[in-house]
Design a protein around this ligand. Structure first.
Ligand SMILES: *Cc1c(COP(=O)(O)O)cnc(C)c1O
Length: 424
């Protein structure tokens, strides 16, 4: 199936007389005729459902759709994008291990890695995504277990050279994990470029309507855990907490990683997506292939308008000719990048605030990547405790405005920006 058909049909095939739409199985538990039947499920001897914290049929259908879109071998939903990032990394490393991450990543992921996971004894090295091959290779240590980056970074809008990062990771015997939230599998499929594991905040374009927070992890099934067995004992040696199962042996390379993440991490940490939310994500997925091209088309027109405006100091959009990442974006995302644009208003912090207060169509919200156009001035919102110098050090200039271009009529969006700029 092509991606458009997968958006509609993958993951759920109703049998004769069954509901056309993925049913919401709003049930914590599932009934069995004998204790023996249930015992087999607990031993992972038979597949089936027994408790929604571990697996739920609605969630599995939606995960299977995202898995098909990404070209993976197995997938699971999580309660949020944050939970997906945490599980994706924590599934293959623990105290005493080390992970390399691009420095251009979502702020929430940066905190998760640099503060919370450090407290768990996991060490991180953050590398400039444009560092040289030598610098990248020098970041690896004997205890490095994974490399992490974002296809298009939120909010820096840098485009990762996925192939280069995959080659470096593989030459050191570890997998590459890619957060593909901004591009979505409609625009980029990181597994085709060498990524081993893909994560999503489904909260963004996948849901696409500000309706539900969620996450997803997709495994390519291609990373050979046995070839580097000493690095990944959690997958290649018996799990005593699960009756001595060796995941990579019992479930093969295709199933080991997601089964372990479900059987251990979801069992113990419980960050499940509710079936109701999974249903909303599925509704979003059914139009993802129609919405993404419109987001990109609108964002490009908005970027071109801004670039030509005298009150705009600079525009950053990887789909805009002349952008530092334009060529790389064309390679990895020939059909378009995303709808998020950042730009600077001449006059700095005060001018940006004035501009923001004049907007009528674009709503001020701490959110990105959905149908509604929304806008954020980090210097007066998420980063307001910082002075101008601290902002620059964090890579957020005082004049920076982050605009998530929605799928309204682009003329209304541009007219709104125009009238708000006149107030500055
Ligand atoms: C929003 C976001 C996250 C976190 O997702 P939540 O669903 O908010 O927990 C992770 N990565 C990226 C790129 C994001 O934009």
């Amino acid at each position: 199936m092509e991606k458009e058909t997968k958006c509609i049909q993958a993951g759920y095939i109703p049998a004769n007389g069954e509901p056309r739409m993925i049913p919401i199985i709003q049930s914590t538990t599932f009934k069995y005729d004998t204790s023996e039947d249930m015992g087999k499920l607990f031993d992972l001897e038979a597949s089936g459902y027994f408790y929604t914290r571990l697996q739920n049929p609605t969630n599995d259908c939606v995960a299977a759709k995202i898995c098909a879109l990404e070209g993976g071998s197995a997938a699971m939903l999580t309660s949020s994008g944050q939970a997906a990032s945490f599980f994706a990394v924590f599934n293959i490393c623990g105290a005493g291990d080390h992970v390399i991450a691009s420095s251009a990543i979502y702020g929430g992921t940066y905190n998760l890695f640099n503060v919370t996971m450090r407290r768990m004894g996991i060490d991180f090295t953050f590398v400039d995504p444009e560092c040289s091959d030598d610098e990248l290779n020098a970041a690896f240590k004997p205890n490095t277990k994974a490399v992490f980056g974002e296809t298009i970074a939120n909010p820096a809008l840098t485009v990762l050279d996925i192939e280069r990062f995959a080659e470096a990771a593989h030459s050191h015997g570890v997998p590459l994990i890619i957060d593909n939230t901004f591009a979505t599998p409609v625009n980029c499929r990181p597994i085709e470029w060498g990524a081993d594991i893909v994560t999503h905040s489904t909260t963004k374009y996948m849901d696409g309507h500000d309706a539900s927070v969620g996450g997803c992890i997709v495994d390519s099934g291609k990373f050979d855990w046995f070839a580097h067995a000493d690095k990944f004992p959690g997958l290649t040696t018996p799990d005593e907490s699960y009756h001595g199962i060796t995941y990579a042996e019992k479930f093969g390379l295709e199933g080991a990683y997601i089964t372990k993440a479900t059987a251990q991490l979801m069992r113990d940490l419980g960050a499940i997506q509710s079936p109701q939310n999974a249903f909303y994500v599925n509704l979003g997925l059914e139009s993802l292939h129609v919405r993404m091209p419109r987001h990109c088309e609108n964002a490009l027109k908005v970027s071109e308008f801004l670039e030509a405006h005298e009150k705009i100091a600079w525009v950053n959009y990887p789909g805009l000719k002349g952008n530092r990442y334009y060529e790389r974006a064309k390679k990895y995302m020939p059909d378009g990048t995303c709808g998020v644009v950042s730009f600077g208003v001449r006059g700095g912090r005060g001018a940006a605030e004035k501009f923001m207060s004049g907007l009528k169509v674009a709503m001020i919200a701490t959110h990105v990547a959905d149908a509604h156009t929304c806008v954020l001035h980090p210097a007066s919102a998420t980063h307001r405790q910082m002075n101008d110098e601290e902002l620059m050090a964090a890579g957020v200039s005082p004049d920076l405005v982050r605009l998530s271009v929605g799928i309204e009529n682009v003329n209304d969006i541009i007219a709104d920006l125009k009238q708000a700029l006149e107030l500055v």
